[in-house]
Design a protein around this ligand. Sequence first.
Ligand code: UD1
Length: 364
Amino acid sequence: MQISRLIVVAGARPNFVKIGPLMPALASAGIDAGIVHTGQHYDATMSDVFFADLEIPQPRWSLGVGSGTHAVQTGTAMIRLEQLFVAEAPDAVIVVGDVNSTLAGALAAAKIGIPVVHLEAGLRSWDMSMPEEVNRLVTDQLSSMLLTPTRRALENLAREGVDAARCHFVGNIMAESVVRNLEKARARETRSSYGLEPGAYVLATVHRPENTDAPGSLAGIVDALSSSPLPVLFPMHPRTAAILKAAGTRTAGSLRPIEPVGYLDMLSLQCDAAAIVTDSGGIQEEACMIGTPCVTVRRNTERQITVEVGSNRLVAANRDAVSSGLADALASSRNWQIPEGWDEAVSSRVVAALATGVIPLSGR
Ligand code: UD1
């Protein structure tokens, strides 16, 4: 089935980074693609700044779903997306990544027979306690076309019995965003507005429930960062900020909490950091592209390729593990190989895959 009218679903910060390079590529291919913003992220620092930084066209539809439990957020998004999909009857719906809005888009479209295209398909952490793993697995099962960032992701899908005719290795769209924005980001020298010199600070982000909500974990991470040999700039997700405040955790020593920053400022800060400590999926990939050693505070990662090439290391959420991981990253070399297909042509390969036509699920 050929595609000329598409709806692109986006709702949370990492989604916006993925649709940045996608929208102009779809437009150049003559595809009428409109963005629906579910409203999962709504603060200016979590949403608007990404549209401005990445020059993403304004959403054609905004659903205002907001925060809630997983079921409330996913269910509300499904109800509103279904109404939109019925009214608009697009040829297909594109969902990206693994957030609740991704799952909501896939469920709402698949159930009314609209083909789903999943960009960033096939990533697996094999940890079903992660909401994102549940979202990835279900979304992939419901997708008519699966576009993967790595060859390993293709193998994961084959192992799960997904028809190879539906799967295309297109590379990592996050990497294309980095390539297209790196020069602009570097020129901002965002670190100078915090009085920091290149290579003389660490950048840290922590927002995953496994780290923020487990008693002791967040305190252990904060403790390790507070005693870092270099100052640690810490843009805080609103939930992390709220949890630290409620717990009365004092940030002291090397740790410098700041408001969340936009896409270009975050890239700029990553470029000039001596090392990065994070639990974000996207930052593991961006650090790999930029050439800054990364420490990931998680039990596992669906981005195994970053550990394999040597840009990233996994550490447990306690003071000693984070401190020694950071010491290891600060002492490590930066000459790893960029993974295959992590380049500026990912969106062109997405367009080429779409041109082959989607196979409706009923055609399986
Ligand atoms: C979501 C994604 C996660 C991704 C992250 C990036 C899911 C299951 N998780 O997690 O994979 O890494 O986005 O940020 O979809 N909040 C605000 N303002 C906002 C948005 C959220 O204050 O604009 C606060 C609210 O208290 C909200 C909480 O953050 O309850 C969590 O937001 P939510 O969208 O549920 O999940 P994230 O933790 O952001």
